[in-house]
Ligand binder design. Structure first.
Ligand code: ATP
Ligand code: MG
Length: 748
C-alpha cells in the first residue's frame, strides 16, 4: 500500500537507531518488519492484494456494526436497571405510606404492605440474579454495582422484619411502635440507596454512550483510512502503472520509439510493463533496420546515374529520381507528377520486340528518343517491369532510363573516323598508283615532245595529253594530301606570319562583298608544320567561307594559344593529347550546314556545289594536312547560322615530327657517266626513270625488286655510285634494301 511513506520513514528510523539501546532494538525490529512486509507485499499478486484490502474493509465494517449493537444492548440494559431502581424507590415510598397506615390501624393495609415487601424482595433478587421483576426484565447487574446493591441489601435486612411485623399485626403495641420507629429510620435510608443506584445506572449509561461515540468514530476513522489507503493503492499500484503504459504506447504511436515504462514492483503490471518494454525494444530495432534499409535504397535511388521512375498503369509518373529530372531538364520532382512518361517520348519507340511503351509488362533495352524541356532530344534505353499486387494484378510500372546520347555520338564519331581512315587508305592507294601512271604519261609525253619537230601535227595532241595529265596530277596531289602521303617540308613556323603573308591574296580571293577580320594573337606560340600546306589549309577554308556567303558577310580568321585539357578532348572527341596548342579559327556567317552535310564533310569528293564548281577535295585535304601535322579539326555549324572551323595544332616542341618527312633537296644537272642502280617494281615507271637518267648521261642498272637489286649490287658493287630505289615494293622495302646495302658498303 503506502510503501512510499514507509520508505521516507525508514531512514528516519535508522538515523535515530543509536539514541538508546532499547530504541535501537525496536528500530531494528521495526525496520526488518517493514522491509519484510514490503517485500512480501511486492511479491503479492494484485488480486491477492485487492482481496486483503476488501477483507480489511469488510472486517472494519462488521466490527463497527457489532460495537454499535453491543453498545445499544448495554445502554438498553442500563435503562432497564434504571427503571427498576426507580420502581424500587417508588416501592419504598409506598412502604413508608403503608407503614404509617399500619401504625394507625388503617384496615386492609396489611395485604398491600405484604405485596410491596415481596415486590421489593424480588426486585432486589432480580438485580443480583437477573430475570423479570416489577414488569421489567433485566440481566444480572454487573459487579461494579454490587457495593451499592449490598448497601441497599444491608438496610433491607434490617427493615424487612419490622415491616413484616407492621404488615401482620397492625395496632399500637410497644413492639409495633418499635417496628414503626425502625421503619421510620430505615426507609429513607433505603430510598436514598435506590436513588443512588438509579443514579449509578444513569451515570453508566451516559458513560457508555460517550464511549460508544468515541469507538464508533474511531472505527469510522479507521475505515476511512482504509478507504484512503485502498484508493492510494489502486492509484499507485494499478492506475499509475496502467497510465504509464498507456502514455508510453501513445508516444510510441507518434513515432517516439525510445518510449519505455518504469518497472516498479514484481506483480502482474510489472510483467505487463516488461512485456511492453521488450516489445518496444523489438519494434524500435525493427524500425531502425527498416529505416536503415530504406535509407540505403533511397541512396541508391537518389544517386544512381540512370533515371528511375514509377508510373501508374496509365503511365502517370508517381516518383522520379534526380537523374531522371536532370535527364529531362526538370528541377523538381513535382514538375513531373501530372505528366505521363509517354509525353516525353519523341517519335516512335525503336524496338523490334515491343509494340508499345510503357504499356507492356516488361521491356528490355527499348531505345527511345526523349524530348527534354529545353527542346533537345536525347537517346535513352528504357527497361520497364511491372509492379504487381498480391493477386498478381499489375498496379504500376518501374522504368529505368539510361542516357546513351554520348555513347551514340561516340559511336557515330568512331564510325566517321573509321570511314575516313578507310577512304583515306583507298584514296592514298589509288592516288599512288595513279601518280605512277601519270609520271609515265607525263615523262613520255615530254620525250615525245622533245623528239617531235616543232610543226609536227601530233604535237598538239601530245600537249593536250600532257596538260590533262598535269591536272590529274594536281588531283592526285590533293588525294595524297588527304591520305597524308604528301611529302611535307615541316619547319617551326609562326602561323600569324603565314596568314599575314596571305592577307592581300585572301582579300582579292573573297571579293569586296565579304569583309575580312583578322584577330591574330600577338604572342602566338610557334607550330611545327609545312608552310605551303598551312597556306593550302587557310585558302581552302577561306574559299569555302566565301562560297557560303554569296550575298556577302564577314570572314573572321583568329589565332589563339590554348591549353588543351582532358575534358575538352573528351567533349569534342579530339584525337590529341592534352597540352599547349595553337588554334586557328575560320568563321563565317554564311549558309551554315545541316547535320547530313556535317557527317560527310571531310570525305573526298563530297561537295554540295554544282558540277564543275567544287571537286569536294578542299576539306579532305585540310583534314589530311592537319592530321599529318599532328593536329585535329573541329567544326561548329547550324543551317542559317554560319560555320566555324577550328584547327588545333600542337605548340612546336610538343609535336611528334615522325609523320612529317624531311624535305629532299634535288638539283637537276648533267651526269658524267656515273652508274645508278635503279630498283622499281612498277615496270612503266622503271623504264621511264631509266630512260630519263640515261638521257642525262647516267649509266643505269635496273632491278625489278629488292632481291634482284641486291644481287645486281653484289655483282657491280665497284661501279655503282648511287642506288635509287622505290620505297614500297613487294618482298623487300626500299628501306630494308638500303640497310642491307649500307651494311655491306657504308659508302652507299
Ligand atoms: N564554310 C562553309 N559553309 C557552308 N558549307 C560549307 C563550308 N565549308 C564547306 N562546306 C560544305 O562542305 C562541302 C565540302 O567542302 P569541300 O571544301 O571539301 O568541297 P567543295 O568546296 O565543295 O569543293 P572544292 O573545295 O574541292 O572546290 C561543300 O560543298 C559545302 O557544302
Ligand atoms: Mg572547298
Amino acid at each position: 500500500m503506502a510503501w512510499r511513506g514507509f520508505r521516507i520513514a525508514v531512514p528516519e528510523l535508522r538515523r535515530k537507531r543509536h539514541k538508546s539501546h532499547s530504541y535501537n532494538r525496536y528500530s531494528n525490529g521495526a525496520w526488518r518488519a517493514v522491509r519484510d512486509l514490503r517485500d512480501f507485499s511486492e511479491r503479492l499478486p494484485l488480486a491477492q492484494k485487492a482481496a486483503i484490502i476488501l477483507f480489511l474493509l469488510a472486517s472494519g465494517g462488521i466490527i463497527a456494526l457489532g460495537t454499535f449493537f453491543w453498545f445499544l444492548g448495554r445502554t438498553a440494559d442500563d435503562s432497564r436497571f434504571e427503571v427498576l431502581a426507580a420502581r424500587q424507590r417508588m416501592l419504598v415510598q409506598e412502604m413508608y405510606t403503608y407503614a404509617l397506615g399500619a401504625r394507625i390501624e388503617e384496615p386492609g393495609i396489611e395485604d398491600r404492605l405484604l405485596s410491596i415487601i415481596n415486590e421489593f424482595d424480588s426486585s432486589l433478587w432480580s438485580f443480583e440474579m437477573g430475570g423479570g421483576a416489577l414488569g421489567v426484565h433485566i440481566p444480572p447487574a454487573l459487579p461494579e454495582f454490587h457495593p451499592a446493591l449490598m448497601r441497599i441489601k444491608r438496610t433491607w435486612v434490617r427493615l424487612r422484619g419490622p415491616l413484616l411485623l407492621l404488615a401482620e399485626e397492625p395496632g399500637n403495641t410497644p413492639e409495633l411502635r418499635g417496628a414503626f420507629k425502625a421503619a421510620q429510620r430505615g426507609l429513607p435510608q433505603l430510598a436514598a440507596g435506590t436513588t443512588g443506584l438509579a443514579a449509578l445506572f444513569e451515570e453508566r449509561k451516559q458513560r457508555l454512550r460517550a464511549n460508544m461515540l468515541t469507538v464508533l468514530f474511531s472505527i469510522c476513522f479507521m475505515n476511512l483510512m482504509f478507504v484512503v489507503a485502498a484508493l492510494r493503492f489502486t492509484k499507485r499500484q494499478i492506475a499509475a502503472p496502467i497510465a504509464e503504459v498507456t502514455q508510453a504506447a501513445r508516444s510510441f504511436q507518434t513515432g517516439n520509439f525510445s518510449a519505455r515504462v518504469r518497472v516498479r514492483a514484481k506483480n502482474e503490471l510489472a510483467e505487463l510493463a516488461e512485456t511492453f518494454n521488450r516489445m518496444a525494444a523489438n519494434v524500435a530495432w525493427l524500425v531502425a533496420r527498416v529505416q536503415a534499409s530504406e535509407a540505403r535504397f533511397r541512396g541508391l535511388f537518389e544517386n544512381v546515374p540512370d533515371g528511375v521512375c514509377k508510373t501508374t498503369t496509365e503511365g502517370r509518373i508517381t516518383a522520379a529520381n534526380p537523374a531522371l529530372l536532370s535527364m529531362l531538364g526538370l528541377e523538381k520532382e513535382e514538375d513531373l507528377f501530372l505528366d505521363t512518361l509517354n509525353s516525353y517520348v519523341a517519335g516512335q519507340a525503336k524496338t523490334p520486340k515491343e509494340e508499345s511503351f510503357p504499356g507492356a509488362a516488361q521491356t528490355r533495352n527499348l531505345e527511345l528518343q526523349l524530348r527534354r524541356t529545353d527542346g533537345r532530344t536525347i537517346t535513352a534505353l528504357a527497361n520497364t517491369c511491372a509492379v504487381r499486387d498480391e493477386s498478381n494484378n499489375i498496379i504500376g510500372y518501374q522504368t529505368t532510363l539510361t542516357d546513351i546520347s554520348d555513347r551514340k555520338d561516340l559511336e557515330q564519331q568512331l564510325r566517321q573516323s573509321q570511314k575516313m581512315e578507310a577512304v583515306g587508305r583507298l584514296a592514298g592507294g589509288v592516288a599512288h598508283d595513279f601518280n605512277n601512271l601519270l609520271t609515265v604519261i607525263l615523262g613520255y609525253s615530254e620525250f615525245a615532245l622533245e623528239a617531235l619537230a616543232k610543226d609536227d601535227p601530233v604535237r598538239d595532241s601530245i600537249t593536250e595529253i600532257s596538260g590533262a595529265a598535269k591536272r590529274a596530277e594536281r588531283l592526285t596531289q590533293q588525294l595524297l594530301a588527304f591520305s597524308r602521303k604528301q611529302v611535307a617540308r615541316a619547319a617551326v613556323l609562326d602561323l600569324n606570319s603565314v596568314i599575314h603573308g596571305m592577307e592581300t591574296m585572301l582579300r582579292r580571293l573573297i571579293g569586296e562583298h565579304i569583309q575580312l577580320h583578322l584577330a591574330l594573337y600577338p604572342n602566338l606560340w610557334p607550330i611545327y608544320a609545312d608552310h605551303g600546306q598551312m597556306e593550302q589549309v587557310v585558302m581552302n577554308l577561306a574559299l569555302n567561307a566565301r562560297d557560303a556567303m554569296p550575298a556577302g558577310g564577314v570572314l573572321r580568321i583568329e589565332t589563339a594559344n590554348v591549353y588543351l585539357d582532358e575534358s575538352t578532348i573528351g567533349q569534342n572527341s579530339l584525337q590529341l593529347e592534352p597540352g599547349p596548342c595553337v588554334t586557328l579559327s575560320v568563321a563565317d556567317d554564311g549558309s551554315g550546314m545541316t547535320d547530313e552535310v556535317l557527317s560527310h564533310l571531310f570525305e573526298p569528293f563530297f561537295s554540295t556545289k554544282e558540277k564543275g564548281k567544287g571537286t569536294g577535295m578542299g576539306l579532305s585535304m585540310v583534314y589530311g594536312i592537319v592530321r599529318q601535322s599532328g593536329g585535329d579539326v573541329r567544326v561548329g555549324s547550324q543551317p542559317g547560322m554560319g560555320s566555324v572551323f577550328q584547327i588545333i595544332l600542337k605548340r612546336a616542341g610538343c609535336v611528334d615530327t615522325s609523320s612529317l618527312s624531311e624535305p629532299e633537296e634535288t638539283s637537276p644537272g648533267q651526269a658524267h657517266g656515273e652508274t645508278i642502280l635503279l630498283v622499281e617494281d612498277e615496270a612503266g615507271v622503271r623504264q621511264f626513270a631509266a630512260e630519263a637518267l640515261r638521257r642525262r648521261g647516267f649509266n643505269v642498272l635496273e632491278a625489278t625488286d629488292g632481291r634482284e637489286g641486291l644481287r645486281t649490287f653484289e655483282r657491280h658493287r665497284a661501279e655503282i655510285d648511287l642506288v635509287l630505289t622505290d620505297v614500297v615494293m613487294p618482298a623487300m622495302t626500299g628501306r630494308e634494301l638500303a640497310q642491307i646495302m649500307r651494311a655491306k658498303d657504308p659508302s652507299v
